[in-house]
Design a binder for this molecule. Structure first.
Ligand SMILES: Nc1ncnc2c1ncn2[C@@H]1O[C@H](COP(=O)(O)OP(=O)(O)OP(=O)(O)O)[C@@H](O)[C@H]1O
Ligand code: SF4
Ligand SMILES: [Mg+2]
Length: 336
């Protein structure tokens, strides 16, 4: 499998009145050609900040990339000028957001907006651009695309607007599509249709999809691979099978037990407690305060990456032989 994006040791913080928020704290992530990688985790774990950093869309006044690299082809996106980045954004890497209305201009027709997105980046004639717009509307399942081009966003339903956003993001035929909670605002039936649409588009165009969600149902429906984030870090990553049938991290197990699943006979157990304070993140494992299996070492040292199988890695001392060699050897907490 060929890598299309590679994030290496990414750290991002925000300057606020209350101090510095360490939103992303050493994220490593490989994304492969043609796959759907789903990033999942509770609110505030750094999913959106990671994706905004890939697109270089962080607020300039408060955000700071402390360190890291994001490789796309032979370019480190973090070292490009804004001008160079503009030629990649929307063309090679596109992004769709949760709320289509904030990204659509209510005063312009659908056709104008689609064609604007295409014209901006590609040297095509007006006729070619119009044909591309019709093709895209058709691809995302909007009936009578030719007539629809003349309409305005308010004439579209919520689900149709989301389809429109996907069409806008795909019109320049990007390699990578990043979708941040693209179905959260939609009802369950429409949500399922949009997720189906992602899979269908991927089959037809070969686009790589990075999908961000806090909903394990979404993960189950579309993921090839899953990255579980917690406290600004990726704590476990594997194929959908690895994560659903052989989870290794206590947080992943907790997430799986906290949502209803068709095949689940056990009682639902919510994860007690709340995510770590990212103003003063813990020195050791970010999950230590909520983890039933925490050992002394967990409080003091951040777990390293352990390779479980070729496709599956986890950051947890329970899986790491080196835990026994640390100076914090006792499994009892509180006696240190
Ligand atoms: N512009 C900002 N200024 C200050 N802090 C921010 C800003 N954007 C994000 N953060 C903080 O960074 C952390 C990670 O936020 P992020 O938006 O990436 O979370 P998320 O995983 O996408 O959560 P959600 O599921 O709620 O969208 C949070 O603690 C958040 O408060
Ligand atoms: S490293 Fe320790 S605290 Fe963290 S998840 Fe593993 S056992 Fe729990
Ligand atoms: Mg988010």
């Amino acid at each position: 499998m060929k890598k299309v994006l590679q994030i290496i040791d990414l750290h991002v913080s925000f300057r606020t009145y209350g101090g510095s928020v360490q939103a992303v704290r050493g994220v490593n992530l490989d994304v492969y050609e043609n796959e759907t990688l789903v990033i999942v985790g509770e609110s505030g774990c750094g999913k959106s900040v990671t994706s905004q950093t890939m697109m270089r869309l962080l607020p300039a006044y408060s955000a700071r990339v402390e360190q890291g690299e994001i490789w796309f082809r032979d370019k480190d996106l973090l070292s490009l000028s804004e001008k160079e980045m503009r030629s990649i954004r929307g063309v090679d890497i596109s992004m769709i957001f949760q709320d289509p209305m904030t990204a659509l201009n209510p005063t312009l027709t659908i056709g104008d907006q689609l064609m604007e997105a295409a014209k901006e980046h590609q040297k095509k004639t007006k006729k070619q651009v119009k044909e591309a717009a019709i093709r895209m509307l058709d691809l995302v399942g909007i009936p009578q695309p030719k007539e629809r081009l003349k309409q305005y966003p308010h004439q579209f339903s919520g689900g149709m607007r989301q389809r429109l956003m996907i069409a806008m993001a795909l019109i320049c035929e990007p390699h990578v599509l990043i979708a941040d909670e693209p179905t959260t605002a939609l009802d369950v039936t429409i949500q399922a249709q949009i997720l189906e649409l992602f899979k269908d588009i991927q089959k037809k165009t070969g686009v790589t999809i990075i999908l961000i969600t806090h909903d394990l149902g979404v993960v189950a429906q579309v993921a090839d691979r899953v990255a579980v984030m917690y406290g600004g870090k990726v704590v476990e990553i594997g194929t959908r099978r690895d994560i659903f049938y052989n989870p290794q991290h206590p947080y992943t197990k907790g997430l799986l037990h906290s949502v209803p699943r068709l095949d689940m006979k056990d009682e639902l157990i919510p994860i007690e407690g709340s995510p770590p304070d990212l103003f003063a993140p813990p020195k050791g494992c970010p999950y230590t305060e909520r983890c039933q299996e925490a050992m002394k070492v967990c409080d003091h040292l951040m777990p390293y990456e352990t390779q479980c199988t070729q496709t599956h890695t986890v950051h947890c001392w329970l899986q790491d032989e080196r835990a026994k060699q640390t100076i914090f050897t006792s499994t009892q907490r509180g006696s240190f």
